[in-house]
Design a protein around this ligand. Structure first.
Ligand code: AMP
Ligand code: MG
Length: 476
């Protein structure tokens, strides 16, 4: 088995990374291997399985790997850190596959020069969590980095809660170029590096643009990110840490930390323990998108125009278009989720009013129940809300806007299964104790989110009342 590696990032962008080696795992044991993804990448899963424990834990490097840790900066919860970087990750290289060029990165693979106070490690639970949620996102049709494998290292690591089994995640990504990567060089006034990074990013992700078209790059990234966040919002997905270092130029969802899916619809929903101000609350995500894109525009200013006053004017004009463009993208997501025919000027109000009518009800179940409602059976939907009055009135308006194939289209647009918080927690606790069966069952369920619920009702239900308010943690 050989992986075909290239190292264009290392080759084209000297000075933007450090050569670092993963820690050798003392007793690597494969916990999860993404056979479907392996096949997609032109790899034989059986062959890969024989090497995975060693290659994807740092115990041995796959032939051709040249590990590096990337430099980046970032705004974290609004405050700027001029130097973050891969503190617990190693980029092994870019795999050349039938589907294109993909970064292969180990996460949890040991300390680097960017580790600051951290141990460079990760625990089994959070790495399986990234595996599970990113697989769910991929199955839901959301651009995302993918998990290729999780390997237990055989090492114990220390966290607030005590000792935990360590693990490494092997992650496949379109790239690991972040808004924070641009900020790193902008903050240091390294305009030549910024120029090279821009040309590299354009060549890799937006090859139709001219190599020096910084404003074009900004627009293209904004376009992908707008559509990405609109998809998140449609699914009730909360990223949890939309720091600028966790926003990828490729337009993929990246860095699954304290992320989770909202159950009862409440715009202010927050899960992350450290997000006390609710900066990354559900309904704030589109605003943070605009804020993060403003940071990208700022970083690109020296390349947008030699005349900085003019550069600022150009960037501001683009930034002003973000909110309306987001509304258009969101409306297009909502039209699909509501099964509407074509477009009507009243659709925005129709969507807004649906959300108002389901406030407090389970987000996923409410949308899923629309398919039956379109077939004339609205009892399930109405049973989800405390006061069915507004929803009944809304259904009457909605009927006249339905596409002819609405029931089937609605079942394709609205998942029955999302990774339910209580099931994720149960699966990760069991896995930490050595039992992978619940993780595997949940993974199977989230990989077919739109399939009928019959026979797998346990995966569709919200958390039981005694589950309590859900809190997630990051940096684990
Ligand atoms: P995150 O919140 O996971 O996006 O990480 C933010 C920054 O903290 C990145 O620079 C990470 O590399 C770094 N980091 C997170 N966890 C650790 C750890 N256990 N050891 C070292 N660095 C870490
Ligand atoms: Mg991160």
């Amino acid at each position: 088995m050989t992986l075909i590696f290239d190292h264009s990032y290392a080759r084209d962008l000297p000075g933007t990374y450090l050569r670092e080696r993963p820690d050798p795992a003392p007793a690597p044991r494969l916990l999860a291997l993404n056979e479907a993804l392996a096949r997609d990448l032109g790899l034989d899963p059986g062959d890969l399985g024989r090497h995975a424990a060693e290659w994807f834990s740092g115990a041995a490097l796959p032939p051709g790997a040249e590990p590096i840790a990337l430099a980046y900066a970032g705004h974290q919860f609004g405050g700027f850190s001029a130097q973050l970087g891969d503190g617990r990750a190693h980029l092994l290289g870019e795999m050349l596959t039938p589907k294109g060029r993909f970064d292969l990165q180990l996460k949890g693979s040991g300390r680097t020069a960017f580790s600051r106070g951290g141990d460079g490690k990760a625990a089994v639970g959070p790495m399986l969590r990234e595996y599970l949620i990113s697989e769910a996102m991929a199955a839901l049709g959301v651009p995302t980095t993918r998990a290729l494998a999780v390997v237990a290292t055989g090492e114990e690591i220390w966290r607030d809660t005590g000792k935990l089994p360590g693990a490494v995640l092997a992650r496949v990504a379109a790239s690991h170029i972040r808004v924070g990567t641009f900020q790193f060089f902008a903050a240091r006034g390294e305009v030549d590096q910024l120029r090279r990074l821009t040309a590299y990013t354009i060549a890799r992700h937006y090859p139709d643009l001219a190599a020096d078209d910084a404003l074009g790059l900004f627009d293209a990234v904004a376009d992908r990110q707008i559509r990405l966040i609109a998809q998140w919002m449609g699914l009730g997905f909360l990223h949890g840490v939309m720091n600028t270092d966790n926003m990828a130029l490729s337009g993929e969802t990246i860095d699954y930390g304290p992320c989770a899916f909202m159950e009862a619809y409440a715009p202010g929903t927050v899960f992350s323990s450290i997000d006390r101000q609710g900066r990354y609350a559900y309904a704030n995500q589109p605003l943070i998108l605009g804020w993060n894109l403003a940071r990208l525009a700022e970083a690109l200013l020296p390349l947008i125009d030699a005349d900085q006053t003019r550069a600022v004017d150009l960037a501001n004009a683009q930034l002003e278009s973000i909110a309306p463009a987001y509304r258009v993208a969101w409306l297009s997501v909502m039209r699909a989720k509501l099964g509407l025919a074509g477009a009507d000027p009243q659709d925005g109000a129709l969507a807004d009013d649906f959300l108002a009518a389901i406030a407090g009800a389970d987000w996923t179940l409410s949308f899923r129940a629309l398919a039956a409602a379109a077939e004339g059976r609205d009892a399930d939907l109405l049973s989800l809300v405390a006061d069915p009055g507004p929803l009944t009135a809304w259904l009457a308006r909605w009927q006249s806007r339905l596409a002819p194939d609405a029931p089937a289209a609605l079942r394709r647009a609205n998942p029955a299964v999302i990774p339910r918080n209580h099931l994720v927690e149960a699966a990760l606790s069991a896995a930490t104790e050595g039992d992978l069966a619940p993780f595997e069952a949940l993974l199977d369920a989230v990989r077919a989110p739109f399939d009928p619920e019959a026979g797998r009702e346990a995966f569709t239900r919200p958390a039981p009342k005694d589950f309590g308010p859900y809190v997630t943690f990051c940096g684990t």
